[in-house]
Design a protein. Structure first.
Length: 92
């Protein structure tokens, strides 16, 4: 089991092997909590990043719907595909 040293201001470095096993990288978020006298770190990056990206898309107007039926959604997707095909044809 790897040992980790606590540095100034409470900073620590997780060994590469642990980061790979946990599938975390630079900038990922970890939830820290005390459980039965132990500190546990739980990765939260994937979901948090996707939520943040979705919020940016929604605020930027890059969203569709709401739709009342599946048919409305399919019609919207087909309309978007036609628009993209027309743009692509105009670029050539």
């Amino acid at each position: 089991m790897p040992l980790v040293r606590l540095h100034k201001k409470g900073q620590l470095t997780l060994p590469v092997g642990l980061r790979k096993q946990a599938r975390i990288g630079d900038g990922d978020l970890l939830e820290a909590r005390i459980e039965r006298g132990r500190i546990t770190l739980t990765p939260k990056s994937l979901v948090d990043r996707q939520i943040a990206e979705s919020e940016r898309d929604y605020k930027g107007g890059r969203s569709y719907g709401p739709f009342d039926t599946a048919e409305e959604m399919i019609a919207s997707l087909q309309h978007e595909m036609k628009k993209r095909a027309q743009k692509k044809g105009a670029r050539k």
